[in-house]
Design a protein. Structure first.
Lengths: 397, 658
């Protein structure tokens, strides 16, 4: 079977879908291919923006470096819920609401407006960050002790007891309001559904294999369509960790191994865990807390904690079995420490763990590799830069 | 605060899901032996010592499994494959009033029966009519329950139950004992008093009202395959645990679990092992055996046998088929009698063959047609095959040159059989054929459950009479009934507790949720009786503290306060099936879930779970997920083989001060 397409988007996450949607709007014919069994299996879009801009942090440095505060403050300014909603709405096919933090059961995709509490035990660091926020004209509050901690999701009422009151004096917090929290699941599923409707069963193919790129044609095998040959105008690969071995063979086929090798070395894998714990105290859904690199928020009657694994940033982890870094001794230690030292829990009950794999860009020289004039590889590190908004804006830029 | 995580790597992890009681079952043993023979490292996570707490599937297949041992230490295992044993679907499609303590899953009913505190009289309704349901029904009938109904509601248009090997044998036994089989749709369940419930069903004649002590869900309630791999190709399997502790308790369940385990082993070995030529040969042999067994198990669907009747008598066709069966003797005019093996259906059970010391029974080769199943010349009429058969199918026939013959039947041992008294003869569907004299109660062979009765019957009934019962008497003089009625008076070891401010007597040192069920004061949240608090539902205030009742033991003077708000919200004013609550943890009705799926245009099980949170509540889907899956299928979402690997299978706590 032979076809002609202006653009072929290849990837496993949300980026190829956005690119395809954009091309459709421009009136181009599109084909979306996914080497994986389905979209989003890899979870390369984080459920919440971790606001990590520090490469140092991602390389397992324990604290955010003051050098990064400028970009972090800029990031906070850009994350205003209304602005993000305006930015994303045009690209989403369907209802896309801006809701308040206490709206617990939205039925459509939305941007939730939540307050963010950034907590540290280093007063100088907190003051430095506050200064940068002021420079960026971000509205925030500075708080100390119990006043800083009382909004942290899941915090025990024990912090008000005489025994713990003194301990809380070491904490300093920056309270930022009306920041965006995007409903990632609904956004990407809504987009996928729309694209499936637009392109039909033959326009989005999953589990494709044996891909070969010729001068004008692309050959591949699909379990549903069988062997196919498609004449293309442009091919765009949206690189995710899942596609690595696949991309190796494609670069080999195009005799671009060296270029590809140096390009992919600019990206380091990053593994995340979302721990869902049962909180014994009521959780305020309007706040997202951030402490020691972990982000905690209320989700479905439990508290979710996003935590970066120890092996993140380790280039070798990419080549090893990707499951290895998850729920390790360090993960338990870090989560335990958050619960015990900050939240003042004496025990925790674990409800669920889900895992995410993204990558971050070590060297920001370029995020695009041209394998041929009409064949490019895009490296959109959405997890690193923040969340799905980066992927959307990255593709469209 | 300190954590010690023990890390290890295995090829295969065999783990149990919630409420699985027998570990390691035959499936686990078969699978691990085959895998170990091929050099794979196998981990067992089940039982009391090491319990699996969660599975995190890897993107390239395999998983990380977390487990906790008896000392609450955490074990982290990287595994290439997971096989999780789960109980088959526990509840039927939700109907009005299904969320109540009147509807108990089979496992809870078994626990109640073992405690010997439950009085199931006067009537019990069992939902489902598979082998397990029929066997349980027969057990209840034998222990003196006066009326037992088996209700098949899964697919009224098909003879669903015949999908199971050995069903005919169980069904005949059930009918012989006086059980009643009804094909009907479930309408509602409503409480009439502490231990009396009213179940309304709709059968072909209209609405039928059944008054029952409890409604027991034995199933099967779905036609899902017994092994699911999800995601496809990930080597993460979920397997139904159908085997009980011993083979004789459920031969069909035992054999099917063994076959499933062998099938998985073949797949795992092929994928995970670099085989030598010799190993490949061995692998091929196992594969062939597995395929043959699967074919054999399926044979009964095409070669089934259900006797036809003309009135109380076998019709000509059935009679001819029976007499020509090679397990049935051709010459019965012998001084000591001869056994008649009447399992015409092609089933895997061969317990009688194993029990026969003379080698007179060859079921395996007999079914292939290589030889007769019964070698009557070798039969010494010892009766061992009668006591070995869990379904009490074989009989000994001793024909005489007179109008009377002798038949030897297997009968429940706990009945008080008195020699020289009259008993009622029953045909293969439980109809009375008249009375006969019980000549002798044989002391040998016998088992704690079974005794052999020698009964003198008219010669023309030797191919018709297949069981006996004591003549029916009124309840006032029925010994079994009276015994059951006064059981509580004899029961000792009860202590006084305070239940919602009222003094009650409960057995000492039993789980509190079980005690509530025995007393008739349980709530809908207590019916899973999971013992390990894995459902997270049975919360109550015990001596002033919030506790899981299934994990608390009864002791003298304890004060228990139940939160009955949830039960009081149970309404019997449901006007449409969409209003039936399917997820009690989230309080979600069927209609709400359907509209969420439609509104969000959700087209994969993962999306539905992620966005609606079904199955993510306290019980982790133990109450609702089968119904949710059915709704997904109705809404066009392919979820037949979906396995919810969400972590964990149970709640667990980490003591940070440890």
């Amino acid at each position: 079977m032979s076809h002609t397409k202006d653009l072929i988007c290849i990837g496993t996450g949300v980026a190829p879908l956005i690119a395809a949607a954009q091309a459709l709007e421009e009136g181009r014919s599109v084909l979306v291919l996914n080497p994986d069994r389905d979209f989003f299996r890899e979870n390369s879009e984080l459920p919440i923006d971790p606001f990590y801009l520090s490469e140092g942090y991602l390389k397992n440095s324990t604290k955010v470096s003051p050098d990064d505060f400028n970009t972090l403050a800029l990031r906070v300014r850009q994350s205003d819920a209304e602005k993000v909603h305006e930015k994303l709405k045009p690209y989403f096919p369907g209802s896309f609401d801006l809701i308040s933090g206490d709206d617990l059961s939205p039925s459509v995709a939305s941007v939730r407006s939540r307050s963010r509490l950034w907590v540290t035990q280093d007063r100088a660091l907190a003051e430095d960050f506050a200064l940068h926020l002021q420079e960026q004209d971000v509205h925030f509050q500075f708080a100390e002790g119990v006043r800083a901690l009382r909004f942290f999701p899941g915090i025990s009422s024990r912090i008000f007891s005489a025994k713990h009151f003194e301990e809380t004096e070491d904490y300093f917090g920056i309270l930022m309001h009306r920041l965006a929290d995007i409903d990632v699941d609904r956004y990407r599923l809504g987009l996928l559904d729309f694209m499936r409707e637009k392109l039909g069963a033959e326009g989005i193919l999953t589990h494709v294999s044996q891909l070969k790129i010729k001068e004008k044609d692309l050959y591949f095998h699909s379990p549903t369509q069988g062997p196919m040959q498609v004449e293309y105008g442009e091919v765009r690969f949206f690189y995710t960790p899942q596609m690595e071995s696949w991309m190796d063979s494609i670069a080999h086929g195009l005799s671009q191994e060296n270029q590809w090798h140096s390009f992919k070395n600019m990206f380091q894998p990053c593994f995340w865990e979302k721990w869902s714990l049962i909180s014994r105290d009521p959780i305020d859904p309007t706040w997202v807390g951030q402490f020691d690199g972990m982000i905690a928020w209320s989700e479905n009657r439990s508290i979710s904690i996003l935590h970066k694994t120890q092996n993140s940033g380790n280039a070798n982890a990419r080549h090893a079995n990707a499951m290895i870094p998850w729920v390790s001794h360090d993960s338990f230690k870090n989560i335990g420490s958050l619960c015990h030292q900050l939240l003042k829990w004496d025990r925790f009950s674990l409800r669920a763990v889900s895992v995410y794999s993204t990558f971050y860009q070590v060297n920001r020289l370029t995020s695009r590799l041209r394998l041929r004039d009409t064949v490019t590889v895009e490296g959109l590190s959405s997890g690193f830069l923040g969340d799905i908004a980066d992927a959307v804006c990255g593709v469209n830029s | 605060m300190s954590f010690q995580i023990r890390s290890s790597q295995f090829d295969v992890a065999l783990m149990t899901g919630p409420r699985v009681s027998h570990f390691p079952s035959i499936g686990v043993r078969t699978l691990s032996k085959l895998c170990a023979d091929f050099g794979l490292k196998v981990a067992w996570l089940g039982g009391d010592e090491l319990q699996a707490r969660g599975v995190i599937p890897g993107p390239q297949g395999g998983a990380v499994v977390l487990a906790q041992d008896a000392q609450a230490r955490i074990h982290r295992m990287e595994v290439r494959s997971v096989v999780r044993l789960s109980l088959p679907q526990s509840f039927p499609e939700p109907f009005e009033g299904w969320r109540s303590q009147g509807l108990v899953p089979y496992e809870t009913a078994v626990a109640l029966d073992l405690s010997k505190q439950m009085d199931w009289n006067p009537s019990i309704v069992i939902l489902g009519s598979g082998n397990r349901a029929l066997r349980w029904a027969s057990h209840l009938l034998e222990t003196g329950v006066r009326e037992v109904y088996c209700i098949e509601s899964l697919d009224l248009s098909k003879n669903f139950s015949k999908l199971y090997a050995g069903w005919e044998v169980e069904f005949r036994r059930f009918q012989m004992l006086g059980g009643r089989f009804v094909k009907a749709r479930l309408l509602s369940l409503q409480q009439k008093s502490a231990l009396l419930w009213e179940l309304r069903v709709l059968d072909e004649k209209g609405v039928r009202i059944l008054e029952t002590t409890r409604v027991i869900c034995a199933g099967p309630f779905s036609l899902r395959p017994g092994v699911r791999e999800y995601p496809q190709g990930s080597l993460l399997f979920e397997m139904d645990q159908t085997a009980l502790a011993t083979k004789s308790e459920d031969v069909e369940g035992w054999v099917s679990e063994e076959v499933r385990a062998r099938w998985i082993a073949v797949k795992l070995i092929r994928t995970l092992v670099q085989m030598s030529a010799l190993q490949r040969e061995e692998h091929e042999r196992i594969h062939r055996r597995s395929r043959r067994q699967i074919r054999q198990i399926d044979l009964h669907k095409t070669e089934s046998f259900q006797p036809g009747f003309q009135g109380k008598w076998l019709d000509r066709a059935s009679s001819e088929r029976l007499r020509s069966f090679s397990g049935v003797p051709t010459a019965t005019l012998r001084p000591k009698g001869v056994a008649s093996i009447e399992c015409i259906e092609n089933i895997e059970c061969n317990l009688c063959e194993k029990a026969c010391p003379e080698g007179a029974i060859s079921l395996v080769s007999g079914r292939k047609g290589d030889e007769n199943i019964l070698k009557q010349d070798l039969c010494t009429a010892c009766g061992l095959c009668l006591v070995a058969c869990p379904s009490r199918t074989p009989v000994l026939i001793e024909e005489r040159e007179s109008s009377q013959a002798l038949l030897v039947f297997a009968a429940p041992a706990h009945h008080e059989w008195v020699e020289k008294q009259w008993v009622t003869l029953l045909n293969r569907k439980g109809d009375s054929l008249g009375t006969a004299r019980l000549v002798r109660v044989l002391d040998e062979p016998s088992t704690p459950k079974t005794k052999l009765l020698e009964v003198e019957v008219p010669s023309h009934l030797i191919w018709e009479a297949r069981s006996v019962r004591k003549p029916r008497t009124g309840a006032a003089v029925d010994e079994t009934f009276l015994k059951a009625l006064h059981r509580h008076e004899r029961e000792e070891n009860k202590v006084e507790i305070l239940l919602d401010g009222v003094k009650r007597f409960a057995r000492d040192q039993i789980p509190l949720s079980l005690a509530l069920l025995e007393m008739g004061h349980a709530r809908a949240d207590d019916v899973l009786n999971c013992v390990d608090a894995s459902c997270g539902r049975c919360v109550g205030i015990v001596d002033g503290q919030k506790k899981f009742l299934c994990a608390e033991k009864v002791h003298r003077g304890m004060a228990v306060r139940l939160d009955t708000r949830a039960d009081s919200q149970l309404q019997f004013e449901v006007t449409s099936s969409d209003q039936v609550e399917i997820c009690p943890c989230l309080g979600m009705s069927r209609g709400q879930l359907k509209s969420l799926i439609r509104q969000g245009k959700l087209n994969s099980p993962e999306a539905i779970c992620s966005l609606t949170q079904v199955g993510g509540g306290g019980c982790h889907g133990q109450l609702c997920f089968d119904s949710v899956r059915k709704i997904m299928i109705d809404e066009g979402v392919d979820s037949e083989n979906f396995v919810d690997w969400r972590f964990p299978t149970q709640d667990w706590s980490l003591n940070l001060s440890g």
